[in-house]
Design a protein around this ligand. Structure first.
Ligand SMILES: O=C(O)C1=C[C@@H](OP(=O)(O)O)[C@@H](O)[C@H](O)C1
Ligand SMILES: C=C(OP(=O)(O)O)C(=O)O
Length: 414
């Protein structure tokens, strides 16, 4: 499905209210925990494809489980299934999933006694997993490639006879996601400590009855920050259901987007985003996104729209996500207006030699990456925009196109 988007900058009006589905990161952790601790109940689960895939995989008796493009589901299921005696499955995913490394997690699980074999290429899915009752204990893992490997192991930590003592080596990446995991474990009643580079989880097979409500997805809120940033002063939208104190690292969007003129007001379970009257556009911005990797495309598209020079660092995980996101930004970003875009293995620079106009109609590819479509869509405020394979958004935010219609974006299938 290819979509054409047209929009004009809105007059200041009564704010539209958008309700965004639950966080996919919180939901995916809770599904794995719920399977091991049936006393846990969950409200406001994400309706994203990734969460639905994980839920189906956990409920399935099939011998082959295909989790599509869902990276966290792949990593979390690998650890979970490895600790399920009697289970024998092949865990696989999309072609891209077969290119996303998993060796660090498999090595750690094997070290703890797991039976996992590579079906095709060493270090990559698909995996053949024969579940065992793992004893747990001490293990060291490289923390610099993906925090998902660490979270995967932590989620089964308390179910192992000796618990888990995890030592992190290297420079930790995506820290807020790891802290989300340790906090959630503590919140449901498990004993966890996280000091320096050492995380310990005490063994515990059962918990008391507890209900957790998933906060809405802050990564999805990012596209609304981008949308508001490109509007005239005074423009407002309301998003629910959000809290000021969040488990999600992307809640830092409120601080990040102040620099692009968006103010955040926190209400009861909602946030109000307003384009500031006082905003003076900076010539250039610089962000280290080691802790908010999923916002790279969003910030890039906003700066492209506003004409702000941008330097983003800390992007080393982007090359192994749904697509090589640094390469995708470089190629697709260049379609909008004259600019210089350069990159390294872990950074991207956007520079405007002059105040260049937008090309009349722009068509972008999305590379099976939801965040390419989600992040670039607000640029329809600047030019008529055609998004190829726009259905990709369902990986995290399937209601996006309907929500954009609420703010008067004219969307047609072409
Ligand atoms: O644990 C999680 O829920 C996630 C961790 C991050 O991955 P990395 O740790 O690989 O950067 C993030 O990019 C991903 O969207 C979700
Ligand atoms: C990187 C992402 O997801 P995953 O790694 O779970 O596929 C994402 O949603 O941006």
């Amino acid at each position: 499905m290819n979509l054409k988007l047209r929009a004009s900058q809105s007059k200041v009006q009564e704010p539209v209210e958008i309700k965004i589905t639950g966080s996919k990161s919180e939901s995916n952790r809770l599904l794995i925990l719920q399977q091991q601790y049936p006393n846990l109940s969950v409200a406001n689960l994400s309706n994203s494809d990734d969460t639905v895939h994980l839920k189906h995989a956990l409920e399935s008796d099939a011998q082959t489980l295909d989790i599509g493009h869902a990276g966290t589901a792949m990593r979390f299921l690998t650890a979970y299934l490895a600790n399920q005696p009697g289970k024998k499955v092949i865990l696989t995913g999309s072609q891209r999933m077969k290119e996303r490394p998993i060796g660090i997690l498999v090595d750690a699980l094997r070290y703890l006694g797991a039976q996992i074999d590579y079906v095709e290429e060493e270090g990559y899915p698909p995996l053949q997993i024969e579940g065992k009752s793992l004893k747990g204990g001490e293990v060291t893992m490289d923390a610099g490639v993906s925090s998902q490997y660490l979270s995967a192991l932590l989620l089964i930590g308390a179910q192992m006879e000796n618990g888990l003592h995890l030592r992190l080596s290297g420079k930790l990446t995506s820290r807020p996601y790891l802290e989300m995991t340790t906090t959630m474990l503590t919140d449901i009643g498990l004993q966890v400590t996280f000091e320096d580079n050492h995380i310990s989880i005490q063994p515990q097979k059962n918990i008391d009855q507890v209900e957790v409500t998933v906060e809405s997805d802050w990564s999805s809120a990012g596209y609304w920050y981008g949308w508001v940033a490109l509007q005239p002063a005074g423009y407002t939208v309301k998003l629910s259901a959000y809290k000021q104190i969040s488990l999600q690292g992307d809640a830092q969007l409120a601080r990040i987007y102040e620099k692009m003129g968006v103010k955040t007001r926190y209400g009861t379970n909602e946030i109000t985003l307003t384009k500031s009257q006082e905003f003076e556009q900076p010539d250039g911005l610089e962000f280290d996104l080691t802790e908010q990797p999923d916002q790279a495309q969003t910030i890039f598209a906003t700066c492209l729209g506003l004409g702000i020079d941008l330097k983003m660092t800390g992007l080393h995980t982007l090359r192994i996500k749904e697509t090589d996101r640094i390469a995708a930004m470089e190629v697709e970003g260049a379609r909008f207006r004259e600019s210089e875009i350069t990159s390294t293995s872990n950074s991207i620079h956007l520079h405007f030699p002059s105040d260049s106009p937008f090309n009349k109609t722009v068509r972008i590819d999305t590379y099976n990456d939801h965040r390419m479509a989600l992040a670039f869509a607000p640029l329809c405020l600047k030019t008529d925009l055609i998004i190829n394979d726009a259905g990709v958004v369902s990986k995290s935010y399937g209601d996006y196109w309907d929500d954009l219609k609420l703010v008067n974006v004219d969307i047609t299938e072409i």
